[in-house]
Design a protein around this ligand. Structure first.
Ligand code: SAH
Ligand code: SF4
Ligand code: F3S
Length: 523
């Protein structure tokens, strides 16, 4: 823990055990008094999170801790109580939710999907675009009546939005019924924070602007038994000019290879069929470790583990090296689907985005991948309407999408994020133009997806069956190695297995088929 974190922590009032009983008796009265108390508290000692501080990359080593425990007195705090966590962000956020659920379950809480039943509600937020933030503020508003009905309910806001001072200030000013705000580097402090919120008088705010260490042995309550996420690194040092993530998630920190491999082995032994290695920029894996070991080496080691499917996300084109391509080309459990965000097809726009590659170098990389893995499916992320993007520059994006032949793409209208360099740029592109561009791009992506799907008609594919289809319980649903959704008729016993399915009909975003054989041969 660094000096600043120590300082911030000391600002959080430790509940005095002697106060606890009387606090409990008087909880409702105290909660009414809360606003007076906390105004005093925030006027005297509160320090808001700071995106500016978050930007500084320290040289100090990241320590790995293996000694996480939940203090004895906090283990029973949740017994007979229920929790609900809403997740708004990316896979990493989803995985953080699994960790927080794991911690709460160890404290005795059980999960519920009903807001009315919950004793603690956490909103695990995302700051990537403005609409993600608006959704969260909408939800905070909806929760207010629940709090009025049940003053003992704990409402917490965590995730990437909590790292932004503007968000914390807005909650402090306008949503004082929120009990708890904590950041992405404070998840392991959840037991202490919940205790604080339960017995303390003020809103509990603990957001470390600088990243913490790596905590290895946090509990996890994984969402399913078939697919699992595995963090391989945290943070991002790329600082693309439009992006808030390097501020909300801190500097790049890689987990040690042996810890990752042990987790994957454990998942394999538990019967998981697919893992996804997670990081904001997984290709930077290992750069911060003092060893000559990168993502290619890690994938090569994981390749030898007996787990049928291994994916990874998200790749940055800049760090995608030959070693990784060579390892991926071995196939086996390493799947030939690569998600490779391009953001724009114009070298000029890429430059202002600080992506540090050009249209040409991206296309060269795609060529290399295609040469080594001729059947690889490529998907991408694209931003339209970056400040001052011209029609010609947008056309370059369309032509790149065609040239690469992406089979799917997440497409976004640029959203200014306070504190990032792009948010300070003047922008001459009207919103209607941005919307039109998005629509044209989506039409092209849909067309390419439909064409790729069409090729599967009549073919037999391996499908990892995840469960019943959302629309029809008589139909099963799962994904192919290249991540195509398949709906098919088959026995319920196929759930959790990899089976062969014959594709009869292709749609734009999914395939329909029938099972032709029980479990498929798995290498
Ligand atoms: N680390 C990943 C991206 C994480 S965010 C990567 O570099 O690929 C997921 C996607 O959100 C990005 O790829 C980008 O397309 C989009 N995005 C990020 N910031 C954005 C912003 N300010 N406005 C619109 N889209 C944004
Ligand atoms: Fe954001 Fe760029 Fe980092 Fe991706 S690589 S998280 S887009 S800064
Ligand atoms: Fe959103 Fe944070 Fe993920 S901003 S995309 S939840 S890293």
């Amino acid at each position: 823990m660094n000096e600043q974190q120590r300082k911030q922590m000391s600002q959080i009032r430790e509940a005095n055990p002697a106060d606890v009983k009387s606090d409990q008796d008087n909880l409702s009265r105290i909660k009414e008094k809360k606003s007076e108390d906390f105004i005093k508290y925030f006027e005297t000692s509160y320090q808001p999170p700071s995106l500016k501080d978050a930007k500084k990359r320290g040289k100090e080593d990241v320590e790995v801790h293996y000694d996480f425990t939940i203090p004895e007195e906090m283990i029973g705090l949740g017994s007979g109580k229920k929790f609900m966590i809403r997740t708004y962000g990316c896979q990493m956020n989803e995985h953080d939710t699994e960790i927080m659920a794991g911690i709460l379950e160890e404290m005795g809480y059980v999960s519920t999907n009903e807001t009315k039943e919950a004793d603690i509600i956490l909103l695990n937020t995302c700051a990537i675009r403005e609409n993600a933030e608006n959704k969260v503020f909408g939800e905070i508003g909806h929760l207010k009546p629940l709090k009025t009905e049940n003053p003992d309910l704990i409402i917490g806001v965590c995730g990437c939005m909590s790292q932004e001072e503007s968000v914390v200030n807005r909650i402090l000013q306008k949503h004082q019924f929120v009990d708890l705000i904590f950041g992405t580097h404070n998840i392991h402090r959840l037991p202490q924070l919940v205790k604080e919120a339960m017995f303390g008088k003020e809103m509990v705010v603990e957001v470390w602007s600088k990243e913490g260490d790596i905590i290895e042995n946090l509990p996890r309550s994984r969402k399913g038994k078939i697919k699992a996420w595995v963090n391989i690194m945290y943070g991002c040092d790329k600082f693309c000019t439009y992006c808030i993530v390097p501020y909300t998630r801190g500097k790049e920190r890689s987990r040690l290879p042996e810890d990752i491999i042990q987790e994957v082995r454990h998942l394999a032994a538990q019967g998981y069929k697919e893992i996804t290695l997670l990081g904001q920029n997984v290709n930077a894996y290992g750069k911060d470790l003092d060893m000559d070991y990168g993502l290619g080496d890690l994938m090569n080691d994981i390749h030898k583990i007996d787990i049928p499917r291994v994916r990874f996300t998200t790749s940055h084109p800049r760090d995608f090296d030959d070693r990784l391509i060579e390892v991926l080309a071995q196939g086996g459990n390493l799947l030939d689907h690569i998600h490779l965000p391009v953001q724009s097809g114009s070298s000029d726009v890429l430059k202002i985005m600080a992506r540090k590659y050009t249209r040409e170098s991206y296309l060269e990389l795609v060529d290399k991948i295609r040469t080594a893995m001729p059947n690889a499916t490529l998907t991408t992320d694209i931003i339209v309407g970056f400040p001052n993007e011209t029609d010609e520059q947008f056309e370059e994006t369309l032509s790149l999408v065609e040239e690469v032949g992406f089979e799917a793409a997440y497409t976004f209208i640029y959203s200014p994020r306070e504190g990032t360099p792009a948010a300070r740029m003047k922008d001459n592109v009207p919103m209607e133009v941005k919307k039109e561009r998005l629509q044209r791009l989506n039409e092209l992506v849909n067309k390419q997806s439909a064409e790729a799907m069409k090729k599967y008609e009549g073919q037999i594919v391996d499908v990892l069956v995840e469960g019943e289809s959302k629309k029809n319980p008589d139909v099963l649903a799962g994904y192919t190695e290249r991540n195509k959704l398949v709906n098919f008729i088959g026995p319920k016993s196929a759930i959790g297995e990899i089976v062969k399915v014959k594709i009869n009909n292709a749609k734009t975003w999914s395939l329909d088929g029938e099972m032709v054989e029980e479990a498929a041969e798995v290498n």
